[in-house]
Design a binder for this molecule. Structure first.
Ligand code: ZN
Ligand code: ZN
Length: 436
């Protein structure tokens, strides 16, 4: 420990190196030895220094005299010297510099990564804020329109009620005024008659006094409280709700099947609201629009702008495809349904195996088996979404929908012999009269 104290606690590498330097050769100690005065020297240096000296020797550093040439090997200092020698060697320094450079580079890279990550996070937050604000505006706009419809309905109904109340009041008012006029005339006549009867005591009555003709008054108008209130003592909320359908944007589109597009195995009902797969091939006119390979059919209506929504009753059919098809789809080829081939569809197989019509299929885990499917087509935003129309939960949404003209698309599929084919039904709210 004394040796370590003599070498002194190194404050920096430079002073440690100085402490471990031999005062004779001015280099790092080689085989360091310690004299009784605690000064250190290389064994060869001190041996050479004392060589030829007889009798007492001195310490080259502090000049202390010793009776004989005595020193001790200091292993601790030797170990420290080895360490300093190793850590100041060229290869060590080079490897240290390399390590330093690499660590610095990796830190710079990480810093760059963090910077990028921060930038991306901030961009993402901005996007979320912007999209959120857009959506808020959209939701507000849609609800404003609904409030407006309800407000207009309310104003209109209150105005009608006010007018009818006014009319009823006016009818009675007119009668009241007529009765009052008749009453005044009658009062005048009464006065004349009373005067005449009072005068008969003095003079002989020769004739009746002049009387005004009696005014005829129409019978009092009836106020039918039932007729008046029936219109307003009604299921007003339901009536308003039914009327709202007409103003909904998009409201449910009243679709019909286009028989000219139907595969020969599809039978379409007279009112064109039902399509069912059948064994007997229909002998339709051969039409360029017709699907000849797949059991498909389109609606007569097409859309290329705005937002549209329709509902299809799929019942308990164990298999079907439905959605949207581009006008340009190849109707004479067997094609896998996907946006790349012009179809944006939802499909059911085996009664509970739902998937979105991507390639490959995107399997969907639905909690229940919806009987009614809602299809939403936003031509401007190029979105096609599917809903469980019973509770309007979103089932799947395609982000890049059709460009240009698109048709509602349906496929009742070929049914297994074990299942009686059931129709796909286009739903109309409120029921609309269909020609056919
Ligand atoms: Zn030396
Ligand atoms: Zn000394």
């Amino acid at each position: 420990m004394a040796a370590a104290a003599a070498v002194s606690a190194p404050s920096t590498k430079g002073s440690l190196r100085e402490d471990l330097t031999c005062a004779i050769c001015c280099d790092l100690f080689r085989e360091p030895v310690m004299l009784a005065c605690m000064h250190h020297f290389c064994r060869p240096c001190i041996s050479r220094y004392w060589r030829g000296t007889q009798g007492p020797v001195t310490c080259p550093q502090c000049r202390k005299e010793f009776s004989s040439k005595q020193f001790q090997t200091n292993y601790l200092v030797a170990a420290m010297v080895e360490k300093v020698r190793a850590t100041t060697s060229d290869t060590y320094i080079k490897s240290l510099e390399k390590q330093l450079k690499e660590t610095l580079e990796s830190h710079l890279l990480r810093k760059e990564d963090f910077n990028n990550s921060i930038r991306r996070d901030k961009e993402k937050m901005n996007i979320i804020k912007r999209v959120g604000a857009d959506l808020q505006a959209r939701v507000k706009g849609d609800f404003r329109a609904l409030h407006q419809i309800l407000h207009d309905e309310e104003t209109c109904m209150l105005e009608q009620l006010r007018r009818e109340q006014e009319e009823e009041l006016e009818k009675v008012q007119r009668h009241l005024e007529a009765v009052e006029v008749a009453q005044r005339e009658l009062e005048d006549n009464l006065k004349a008659l009373q005067q005449a009867s009072a005068a008969t005591e003095d003079i002989v009555l020769t004739e009746l006094p002049q009387l005004r003709p009696c005014v005829q008054v129409d019978i009092a108008p009836e106020f039918d409280i039932n007729a008046f209130s029936n219109k307003y003592m009604a299921p007003l909320q339901y009536i308003a709700w039914r009327r709202m359908f007409k103003s909904l944007k998009p409201g449910p589109s009243p679709l019909t099947f286009d028989v000219d597009t139907a595969h020969p195995s599809i039978h379409v009902s007279r009112d064109k609201s039902l399509a069912v797969e059948c064994d007997v091939m229909n002998h339709h006119l051969n039409h360029g629009k017709r699907f000849t390979q797949c059991v498909n059919i389109l609606a007569s209506q097409s859309f290329q702008s705005g937002r549209h929504y329709w509902e299809v009753d799929v019942g308990y059919n164990p298999k079907w495809d439905l959605g949207v098809a581009s006008e340009a789809v190849d109707r004479h080829a067997r094609i896998k349904l996907s946006p790349e081939t012009g179809y944006w569809t939802l499909r059911l197989r085996n009664g509970n195996d739902y998937s979105a019509g991507t390639q490959p299929w995107t399997r969907l885990q639905l909690g229940s088996s919806p009987q009614r499917i809602g299809v939403f087509l936003d031509c401007d935003e190029r979105k096609v979404s599917f809903y469980n129309a019973d509770d309007m939960s979103l089932l799947y949404s395609f982000a890049s929908g059709p460009r240009g003209k698109a048709f509602p698309f349906f496929s009742p599929c070929i049914s297994d012999s074990s299942h009686k084919p059931q129709p796909l039904k286009l739903l109309h709210y409120p029921p609309v009269a269909l020609s056919g």
